[in-house]
Design a binder for this molecule. Structure first.
Ligand code: SF4
Length: 430
């Protein structure tokens, strides 16, 4: 979400006539976009801000803005601690930043943010569709910092997607803290399935994804849309966070282990080739070894394609910080995370090995550390090796090529493009 916000704001600055620089010390405008989902992230942000203030001292043209989750509704304390910050902007509050920069530099921000899409967007890009969250899980600061759910109009989203596709985007991920709840606050009612149908109509777009889901809002209509719309990738990130009912109740997740598993069975029944990923917190307040084992049972049963695991950390301002004790030691949290990571490495290693020798369609995204890479519909990271001396043409970012998987690891796959397909894609249409 933050990456997407930064791209939008950056595009607004470009439209105003600013150039980007990597050098914070000489920049006229520095915008720090903050993620403070963990206390440690907030501590890092305040540390950088302190150093930034010293480095930019004496530059009369300079402007510092802080945006994102660090900026809650109450800013008195932040303003006292960092008096040299010119603008404090809440998540997606782009206008005051552009207006202040415009005033300082005699530039007019009017209209610069409308449909702000980067001039050179990544082949795989993001569009936020719903901001904020209404769920109030006890460990989470997001609803207090990003506010209540607020869906963007479908027309605006579709227009933004059309502009992106015209600029070369092939794979769009629709984003929300709780993306499945999209549209509940819009009249007449629309939902994520309706929106995906509209985005699906855009010619030139190849793939649609969405992040992140809440098990209670993943409706049958959404599952049907994933199953029935060819451009929607068969992959779902469905966080379970804990496998024990008492821990789930203390987290106020709003479902039991049984309800979560029913949802998983329902999805697997409706979309047999689905890729499932999840989020898990280990060491939440009061979590015993036996309760942690309940989470491991779910991992063994579902065999997720990927698990994003966090050690629970005390987060000031949350319900858990006020009412619960962070009583699982750091060593135990770490050991539990290691257990999850080791188990997942085994599962991913085993499942990826079964793909060796098979063919997959890969959307080429670009180069990572010099290596051409792309992703499958199921979000597998695939490195492409084009054999030299065979006359095969190297595929370009934005092309979808069929590949044969040659090798695997828990985290990625190695593949060779199937020559005929690569050549075919390069033949100009007369
Ligand atoms: S659903 Fe996600 S964003 Fe919303 S409160 Fe829970 S963890 Fe935070």
């Amino acid at each position: 979400m933050n990456e997407s916000d930064s791209e939008r704001l950056s595009s607004g600055f470009t439209n105003m006539g600013f150039d980007a620089t990597d050098d914070m010390a000489t920049a006229d405008v520095v915008v720090m976009n903050t993620c403070v989902v963990r206390q440690s992230a907030e501590d890092t942000a305040t540390g950088v801000l302190g150093r930034l203030g010293k480095r930019m001292k004496g530059n009369p043209n300079r402007m510092i803005a802080v945006m994102g989750c660090m900026v809650g509704p109450e800013q008195t304390e932040l303003k006292r601690r960092f008096p040299y910050v010119d603008v404090w902007a809440r998540p997606q509050e782009f206008d005051p930043i552009l207006e202040t920069a415009g005033l300082k530099h005699g530039l007019d921000p009017e209209g610069c943010l409308v449909g702000a899409v980067s001039e050179n967007p990544n082949v795989a890009s993001f569009i936020p569709i719903v901001h904020g969250c209404d769920k109030f899980c006890t460990f989470c600061i997001i609803p207090y910092r990003r506010g209540r759910e607020n869906s963007r109009p479908a027309l605006e989203i579709v227009h933004e997607a059309e502009v992106m596709v015209a600029r070369g985007v092939k794979d769009i991920t629709l984003l929300g803290q709780n993306v499945d709840s999209y549209g509940h606050d819009i009249r007449p009612r629309v939902d994520l399935a309706d929106l995906m149908e509209q985005v699906h109509e855009i010619p030139g777009l190849d793939r649609i994804r969405f992040l992140t889901s809440h098990p209670n809002d993943m409706s049958v209509r959404i599952i049907e849309a994933i199953r029935d719309l060819p451009k929607v990738c068969e992959m779902i990130n469905l966080p379970f966070q804990a496998g024990d009912d008492t821990i789930l109740a203390n987290m106020r997740r709003g479902y039991t282990r049984g309800q979560f598993m029913d949802k998983i069975y329902q999805i697997k029944k409706m979309i047999p080739n689905v890729t499932l990923t999840t989020d898990l917190i280990v060491g939440f307040s009061g979590e015993t070894d036996a309760q942690f084992e309940r989470s491991m049972e779910i991992l063994r049963e579902v065999e997720f394609s990927k698990v994003h695991t966090s050690e629970y950390s005390y987060r000031e301002g949350t319900f858990a910080s006020r009412k619960m004790t962070d009583d699982v030691s750091r060593a135990v949290k770490k050991a539990r995370k290691v257990a999850v990571d080791e188990f997942q490495a085994e599962i991913q290693s085993k499942n990826n090995a079964t793909l060796v020798g098979t063919n997959l369609d890969v959307l080429v995204e670009g180069r990572k550390r010099g290596r051409l890479h792309g992703r499958s519909r199921g979000d597998k990271l695939i490195y492409l090796n084009v054999p030299v001396g065979t006359g095969a043409v190297e595929p370009q970012p934005g092309q979808t090529v069929q590949v044969e998987i040659k090798a695997s690891s828990p985290w990625s796959l190695e593949a060779e493009p199937i020559e005929a397909k690569v050549q075919k894609e390069k033949v100009p249409v007369v």
